[in-house]
Design a protein around this ligand. Structure first.
Ligand code: DQQ
Length: 562
């Protein structure tokens, strides 16, 4: 905590914000050759260069649109434009020319993140942050030049921009990333992320015509000591179904979600709560925490996420950016950096206490060769290889069961940080019930492997389930960030079963514990466990025997990817 605060002070004092560090030397250095070794097979990425936040996802006339922050000139952050791709199925992507790029005074120094709203009459409009000649962050709108083009190739930035500017009492370099707007009480409302001193702020604005915006008397929500709130997202979820809701829906059976991306920690958190129209405020449910100890979509490498409502399949879909975990120079050398995670359907868990996420069903169209296993016993120390699939590019679903929880290790109540606990109790540290799970991207003799595993502890009144995705042994390479990412899984264990799905794709392992209750994305760079030399194992290192009830694993085909 103290180190985070001092980091805050350092950042605050020299005015440099971690997310937008400019590497002058590299930002316009074109790749001579794009290194293919760790590029993903089925995750979203352009052929080369740097990408970050997903922007303005939307569905229009039969096509899904994804815009994203992109450096057309190099493999580090800089020269940012809104790149644009379209897809019929969220899996195969066709690239288009950038939709929004600096060209006018209100965005001449940058076109940063934002969101799309579909206005009545099926008219998309984009709100985004422009950096003006004084380096102030201002909010602009852009509209399609031709609504009869389902590709929405050309976007116009009218001259009555900017539509929202920071007032003198506001921090003009901490005022960005407008949300999708929602309609309520005869007005459009939207939120812009911000910060006052150490307080994170969701600034609330209101408009009748989408052009003249007035700041509300108070923010939609704020929280002390959380720093800058980047990329806020605010949307309704149904309390009784997995069906997604359009952003303006509110009422009896509806809760709201507020997600923010914390520039200080580079983690996101969300709360579930009530959008109180009388107070004009969002109020998180009691017991849910604002800040970096709160709930997260993903306990790994996942940032600047954004959801949108898909009217075709009545679902809410979440996109997130997974940054590289290698060094800046590696990115310059390989000529590319950043991927988007697989789009996930997101809904409220029946408990009402958390969200649940699952890869969109369209991903299954890429499944090729399949291998199945059932009723495999894993005793302490056992490793069973899953053969017959391309282990470097695979989709794996597995259900584990155990007879008893008697052997579960004692849980020390001071273990509040899942990541630290996973760092302490890795896959090689023997336990009682667990560690058990998958060894992904494993080399022949296990010099390299990325384990994704459960470990169950006994606390005085309940069991505590830990899910880890541990990059510590993922690579023999140097200067890599190799975190032991982990999250707790809120599950009852009455049926003594736990499920896991991992999407393995060369340099990314995206995992969904217990049907998507706890998700973790890791970026890894094996040197031996690459291409056909990558292996997949089941393992158990706990004294309780684990049964693999069912395992289905598929080789994944490559979609059209930009
Ligand atoms: N990235 C954008 C900002 C946003 C940040 C700039 C989050 O608009 O706050 O590329 O990663």
């Amino acid at each position: 905590m103290r180190s985070i605060l001092s980091l805050f002070i350092i950042l605050n004092n020299n005015g440099v914000e971690a997310s937008h560090k400019v590497y002058q030397k590299f930002q316009s250095l074109s790749a001579v050759k794009v290194d293919q070794l760790h590029r993903t097979g089925f995750h979203f990425q352009p052929p080369k260069n740097w990408i970050n936040d997903p922007n303005g996802p939307l569905y229009y006339k039969g096509l899904y649109h994804l815009f994203y922050q992109y450096n057309p000139k190099g493999a580090v952050w800089g020269n940012i434009v809104w790149a644009h791709s379209v897809s019929k199925d969220l899996i195969n992507w066709e690239p288009l020319d950038p939709a929004i790029y600096p060209s006018k005074p209100f965005d001449i120094n940058g076109c940063w993140s934002g969101s799309a709203t579909i206005l009545p009459g099926n008219k998309p409009i984009i709100l985004y942050t422009g950096i003006d000649p004084d380096n102030r962050q201002v909010q602009n709108y852009a509209i399609p030049a031709n609504l009869s083009d389902p590709y929405l190739r050309e976007w116009i930035k009218p001259d009555d921009n900017p539509i929202v500017v920071p007032t003198n009492d506001m921090n003009a370099s901490a005022f960005r990333d407008p949300t999708t707007a929602w309609f309520t009480d005869g007005h459009w409302q939207m939120v812009v992320g911000g910060r006052r001193k150490r307080r994170g702020i969701a600034h609330l604005y209101r408009s009748k015509d989408f052009k003249y915006w007035v700041k509300a008397k108070h923010p939609l929500h704020t929280s002390q000591n959380t720093g800058m709130w980047e990329c806020p997202d605010f949307y309704p979820v149904s309390m009784s179904s997995k069906i997604g809701l359009d952003t303006s829906v509110n009422g009896q059976n509806v809760k709201h979600v507020l997600k923010v991306s914390l520039d200080l920690t580079r983690y996101e958190y969300y709360t579930i709560g009530t959008y109180n129209l009388d107070l004009d405020r969002y109020i998180p449910d009691s017991g849910l925490k604002d800040g970096w100890t709160g709930l997260r979509y993903d306990y790994g490498n996942f940032y600047a996420s954004k959801t949108f409502y898909d009217p075709l399949k009545h679902r809410r879909i979440l996109w997130g950016w997974a940054n590289e975990s290698d060094a800046q120079l590696d990115d310059v050398k390989k000529g590319w950096a950043g991927i988007q995670t697989i789009p996930r359907k997101v809904w409220l868990d029946p408990s009402g206490k958390q969200l649940v996420q699952w890869p969109v069903e369209e991903l299954e169209s890429l499944r090729g060769n399949k291998v199945e296993k059932s009723n495999v016993k894993l005793k302490k120390g056992d490793h069973v290889e899953v053969e017959g699939i391309t282990a470097a590019q695979a989709d794996v679903e597995v259900t584990f069961s155990f007879q008893s929880l008697d052997k579960a290790e004692e849980f020390d109540p001071s273990w509040s940080n899942a990541k630290d606990l996973c760092g302490q109790k890795g896959s090689n540290v023997q336990g009682g019930v667990g560690p058990f799970g998958l060894l992904t991207l494993a080399s022949q003799n296990l010099e390299e492997f990325t384990p994704v595993f459960f470990r169950i502890f006994k606390a005085p009144t309940k069991h505590v389930v830990l899910l880890c995705s541990d990059a510590t042994s993922s690579s023999l390479g140097e200067k890599l960030y190799k975190p032991s990412f982990a999250g707790f899984v809120d599950v009852k264990l009455d049926n003594k079963k736990l499920s896991l799905r991992s999407l393995i794709d060369h340099s990314v392992v995206e995992s969904f514990g217990e049907g998507g209750k706890t998700c973790i994305t890791s970026r890894v760079y094996p040197t031996l466990a690459v291409l056909d030399n990558a292996h997949l194992h089941l393992f158990n290192n706990g004294s309780e025997t684990i049964t693999v009830e069912n395992l289905s694993a598929w080789s994944m085909n490559r979609p059209l990817m930009n």
